[in-house]
Design a protein around this ligand. Structure first.
Ligand SMILES: [Mg+2]
Length: 275
């Protein structure tokens, strides 16, 4: 996952079918791809895997989520519509640090073949406190929706991983994957949930998990401006989990998904600021 969710969604699905035919496992360099220049991600993986700070931020995020949910349950007792919580999966409730490390170790970028192989290992772990919070929400009669840009082919492995870890109410109605390979927007799926439910909280590690305005913001400046414009939503209706390993923040730096490794390195360098 050394590229982002959007790029994941745009990757050719034919490669996926090929992956299943060849039954590969583990991250391997694709024969026609140059080695990925992804050593810079190692620091982010180290932090994700080794810091108590990352765990503490997760505890903090889900503690805040519970406070906000409890407040809504307390203050709005006569709702006509049932409540729902929407969560993203990867690096919001599922930890894929092991896969990220494999990509860095093997100098490969994100690709659907390796991603599917990882998903089917059913070895993603939980982001701290996520299982407890979502089971608490379910125990209070709040519907939980899992909105992810994992795709249809990856759905069975994803559901198995979620169920293995003890997440509540994982089924075809609540696990909403990306069905159109050309459209990674989560907005239509958010609208489906919003048509029937009062969405109390959205949780994600990427701004695109929260609202269309972020999905439409493709540059570093516009994403920063959009996050500033919606600052009053964060910590209330929008709750963010930390992920410095990958995300649409990085795509914004590149301004496109077809750059060479050298071009991406140059873009990263020019985006860095110093006094
Ligand atoms: Mg995510």
């Amino acid at each position: 996952m050394t590229t982002n969710i959007g790029q994941r969604a745009r990757a050719p699905w034919l490669a996926l079918a090929f992956a299943f035919l060849t039954c590969s496992s583990g991250a391997t360099a694709q024969s026609n791809q140059p080695p990925a220049d992804n050593g810079y991600i190692e620091g982010a993986v180290l932090w994700q895997q080794s810091s108590g700070e990352r765990r503490a931020l997760s505890y903090q995020a889900f503690a805040l989520a519970r406070m906000m949910l409890d407040r809504d349950l307390r203050m709005n007792r006569r709702l006509k519509r049932p409540r729902a919580v929407i969560v993203d999966l990867d690096e919001t409730i599922l930890d894929n640090g092991l896969n990220e490390r494999m990509q860095v170790k093997n100098h490969v970028n994100f690709n659907q073949k390796d991603w599917s192989a990882w998903i089917n290992r059913i070895e993603a772990t939980t982001v701290p406190s996520s299982v407890e919070f979502l089971n608490y929400a379910a125990s209070r009669g709040v519907a939980v929706f899992y909105i992810t840009n994992r795709n249809d082919i990856q759905k069975a492995g994803t559901a198995a991983n979620l169920q293995k870890l003890g997440f509540p109410n994982v089924n075809d109605q609540t696990l909403l994957v990306q069905t159109d390979p050309k459209d990674s927007s989560k907005e239509p799926r958010r609208q489906i949930v919003g048509a029937k439910y009062r969405i109390v909280l959205l949780m994600g590690d990427d701004l695109n998990d929260f609202a269309k305005v972020f999905e439409d913001s493709k540059t570093v400046a516009s994403r920063i401006a959009a996050s500033d414009r919606f600052k009053n939503e964060f910590g209330k209706r929008f709750i963010v989990l930390p992920n410095a390993m990958y995300g649409n923040w990085e795509t914004a730096i590149y301004g496109g998904s077809r750059l060479s490794e050298a071009e991406k390195a140059a873009k990263r360098k020019s985006a860095l600021k110093a006094y």
